[in-house]
Design a protein around this ligand. Sequence first.
Ligand code: ADP
Ligand code: MG
Length: 246
Amino acid sequence: MVSAPIITVDRVTKNFTNPSGEQLPVLSDVCLELCEGEIVALLGKSGSGKSTLLRIIAGLTLPSAGSARIRQTEITEPNASTAMVFQTFALLPWLTVRQNVELGLRARGVSAWERGERVTDAIDMIGLDGFENAYPKELSGGMRQRVGFARALVVQPEVLLMDEPFSALDVLTAENLRGELMRLRAETAFPTKTMLMVTHNIEEAVQLADRILVLDNNPGRIKGEIQVRLPQPRDPRGAGFQALVD
Ligand code: ADP
Ligand code: MG
């Protein structure tokens, strides 16, 4: 069954102005659709515009041309349907774990009583119980990223946006957290089934994603797409795939 796209990126171009006033194209004519229930990985070299594209979808940056939509609505600011996990966690060091997780809900105007319940649930769900009152500097990288996930998931977003969420973690910690995310996602009551993940780790993309989009450099544009999960499984790292990533 092919479901309707939740997120549509329609011919998005993004230019940045460098210090000498020149316009630098970072994304050029990027189109993508993210359908309900799928996990898509966005693979590309450093500087290819992956974070910029994710930030546009999160409503944190506006495109120079083209549009990003959530269902029929153009995305012009952060909204309740998406939440983001950042590579370097982006926690506020002067706030406790609990206060960091609560931020996502405060920004969305959820009442104090409901915030309390939902923060506790998110903290338990992601394995942070006992650490509520710790500060980020007291935590390992893996635990900090758990806070990053809790802060995003507490919102119960329809779509989880992840910008290299595991790349700052050591191999085993990353593997644990990936496994835990997938176990949570498999639970019937877990509301966030649709995910867009930026990575430059091919193994990770193949492990988690249904589809991989490859973003080319200078300026970023979608170079190709690899369907990872098919009714008839096949090796996604065949010749065609190598030609795309080389
Ligand atoms: P990636 O995440 O794929 O490494 P980014 O989206 O972070 O790539 O950046 C793509 C390009 O855009 C880089 O050359 C980066 O220097 C430039 N860039 C990103 N954000 C800004 C900004 N706010 N102002 C100017 N240039 C930027
Ligand atoms: Mg990036």
